[in-house]
Design a protein around this ligand. Structure first.
Ligand SMILES: [Zn+2]
Length: 71
């Protein structure tokens, strides 16, 4: 593939629609994710809740790329 790139911090690559990388080859969503983790650090309870939500979504089979915002 021409201009093929893969994120330097995860497995996201240019096969994802509308993906953008910065000058350090970091996927724009990864940077957003890092910022959210700093703002809203996960504790054990929240991690458990998040994993439950993710496994429900996977069972549903409808979700491919999703960003979750937890409050
Ligand atoms: Zn990444």
């Amino acid at each position: 593939m021409e201009n093929y790139k893969i994120c330097s911090c995860c497995v996201s690559d240019t096969t994802i629609l509308d993906i953008e990388f910065d000058e350090n080859s970091v996927f724009n969503f990864c940077k957003m994710h890092d910022r959210f983790i700093e703002m809203y650090p996960l504790n054990d309870n929240q991690s458990k809740k998040l994993n439950e939500i993710i496994s429900k979504m996977k069972k549903g089979g409808k979700v491919k790329n999703t960003i979750l915002f937890l409050d």
